[in-house]
Design a binder for this molecule. Structure first.
Ligand code: PLP
Length: 600
């Protein structure tokens, strides 16, 4: 097959590529059409029939055969076979009956990254390898990184996913270049994508609202979910549901494997050193409250100072205020310029020996500003302070590398990255997590309990008291798989163009004032419109099927910095199109003439 890809000059054959890509996409979970799948033998775990109306081709027992967790000897130390420090299984959990703490299931230990033990959602699809190979030859051959952006290429109805003629991200462009100076590394040659095919994966994007096709431009509030995530949740409850770590039965093994597998996906996605650094929480808000009430309560003392930025979401202000009031701490704020960029020289002046913590966002949810994160972290560390980085608005748009960033904690919410609500991540450096008191007490987080004393597990179990949100953690794992299949660098690149396109078009509307005009921005297009309240604009857009947020976006301090109480905030994701932006611009631009109809 690979011979057919290149012509005698070694140039790629577009028709062969198209054929491969079509086969590849028709075989993706969620796009399954049994008739399109050439041979069941080619599919992973293909020992069962393809079921009608089913994404799955094999039975759960086939998946788990030979992988059942062995809880009979919870004291066992398993070999550290994957080099990730996963080898130790802690002592039995008194009162909960199973191992917890630094997790390692029998499945992982025996066979850490064995493809054949993956669930259907996780396995590479037929043709994927051939396609990647072909695309690698295209990107190494093509000088197309020089091509100008052409929105119509993105809007075209190409029948294949990867379009030639769309710009490629090359490592030379972006690899570790510190383009944004923020430890967010873009890079690796990857092809761009056809947004029309991606949209098919998101059922809600086909919804009609007020008789119009939905245009979802409220992605900073929450993202829509691909079928792969919805199916994964369904599969969990249909085939795997059990409490985790607690029983020596088959379903406990399945759910534990699924849950711990999701933890490893998160670890790899953000490039943490170990899954023990990944704590499942409810979301960004809970993660910040956890750090404030565990580390902050334990280590901060009267007179200590916390530095925040003017850009912060209330979730990264209020927990610190509560702590400051309780402990007599001082909060200081890094100001911004009129474009919404942080003033680093002012930051330098705020740092002093009393500074114990700097807590800041990587991307402003109200303005879209990308902050110079790596510099902020380095300056804080030089002053002896710890750093918490809020990735709620960055994680779905730009590559996260917590080791390069070097923040002590990094937090984000699953629902902002195409995963379920009610699940999120606290990353913390392992030593720091293990030297911090727990946040909540209960089952799952203890090694031993008497009425006099409790011995806690190491991280992550130390911070996961009680039964967590198991299914949604698994769903978050599926969302991460989905994002990685598209490629976060492709997402970044495409959204960057879309943002430029939308900013340019909106700026031409008379009376529209953009709020947040930093050169380094992502996703967010806040504005106010002369003669209209933000609620009026939001309602008018909703009547046309366009969902945007209008209000204070839980970021009142930064809006007040611009003399405002509210803005209209369209926010983009990789499934949005230039055509949707055109509709937004047409409705906003036409509001003045429509004022009679709408508002009188
Ligand atoms: N931080 C930022 C920058 C946000 O944008 C948000 C939500 O919009 C949060 C924190 C809070 O996230 P959650 O409500 O998912 O906990």
């Amino acid at each position: 097959m690979s011979n057919a890809i290149n012509d005698p000059q070694g140039l790629p054959d577009v028709h062969a590529l198209e054929k491969l890509a079509n086969a590849y996409f028709s075989a993706l979970p969620g796009n399954y059409n049994a008739a399109d799948v050439p041979s069941a033998e080619l599919l992973p775990h293909s020992n069962n029939q393809i079921q009608e109306n089913s994404t799955f081709t094999h039975s759960p027992s086939a998946i788990y055969q030979g992988n059942a967790i062995d809880l009979s000897d919870p004291q066992t130390s398993l070999p550290d076979s994957n080099g990730l420090g996963l080898g130790h299984v802690p002592k039995s959990t008194a009162g909960s009956g199973g191992p917890s703490g630094n997790f390692n299931t029998a499945k992982q230990a025996n066979n850490p990254f064995n493809i054949s033990s993956l669930l259907p959602f996780e396995a590479d699809q037929p043709y994927e390898k051939e396609l990647q190979k072909a695309l690698a030859s295209v990107s190494s051959y093509s000088p197309s990184s020089q091509l100008p952006f052409n929105p119509s290429a993105i809007l075209s109805e190409n029948s294949y996913y990867f379009s030639s003629g769309i710009q490629f991200v090359t490592s030379a462009d972006t690899q570790n270049s510190g383009r944004y100076g923020n430890g967010v590394v873009t890079g690796k040659s990857q092809p761009s994508f056809n947004v029309n095919l991606i949209r098919n994966d998101f059922p809600l994007l086909s919804e009609q609202v007020n008789g119009k096709p939905l245009i979802w431009l409220d992605n900073a509030a929450t993202t829509q979910k691909p079928r792969q995530v919805i199916d994964r949740l369904n599969y969990f409850y249909a085939h795997e549901n059990s409490n985790i770590h607690r029983a020596a039965h088959e379903l406990a093994a399945r759910s534990t494997d699924a849950y711990e597998g999701a933890r490893q996906k998160v670890q790899r996605f953000i490039n943490a050193r170990s899954p023990n650094e990944i704590v499942f929480v409810r979301g960004t808000t809970e993660a910040i409250n956890l750090v404030a009430n565990s580390w902050g309560d334990e280590y901060l003392q009267q007179g200590d100072e916390i530095i925040l930025t003017h850009l912060e979401h209330h979730a990264n202000i209020v927990p610190w205020q509560l702590l400051a009031k309780k402990k007599g701490l001082k909060i200081r704020v890094i100001p911004v310029d009129d474009d919404g960029q942080l003033l680093l020289d002012e930051y330098a002046k705020l740092l002093n020996p009393r500074t114990k913590l700097v807590s800041f966002t990587l991307v402003s949810n109200a303005l879209g500003t990308i902050t110079p994160a790596k510099q902020i972290v380095a300056m804080a560390h030089a002053a002896g302070a710890k750093v918490l980085a809020d990735g709620a608005q960055s994680v779905s748009h730009i590559r996260t590398d917590v080791q390069a960033l070097d923040a002590d904690w990094f937090v984000f919410s699953g629902h902002k990255v195409f995963g379920p609500t009610g699940i999120g991540i606290l990353y913390g450096k392992e030593d720091l997590l293990n030297s911090t008191q727990p946040y909540q007490g209960g089952g799952n987080m203890i090694e031993d309990v008497t009425f006099e004393h409790t011995q806690f597990h190491q991280a992550p179990a130390r911070f996961e008291a009680g039964t967590g949100n198991i299914a949604d953690a698994v769903g978050l794992g599926a969302a991460i798989d989905y994002v990685q299949k598209i490629g976060i660098d492709n997402i970044y690149q495409y959204e960057h163009y879309l943002l430029d396109y939308a900013s340019h078009k909106l700026a031409q509307i008379p009376g529209l004032r953009p709020i947040g005009t930093a050169p380094d921005k992502t996703s967010v297009l806040s504005f106010v419109l002369d003669g209209f309240t933000t609620a009026e604009v939001g309602e008018a857009l909703s009547r046309e099927g366009i969902a945007v947020r209008s209000g204070h976006h839980c970021a009142q301090p930064i809006l007040r910095r611009f003399g405002l109480e509210a803005t209209v905030r369209p926010s983009l994701a990789f499934y949005n199109t230039c055509a949707e932006v055109d509709t937004l611009v047409a409705v906003v631009g036409g509001l003045k003439s429509a004022k009679q109809i709408y508002f009188h």
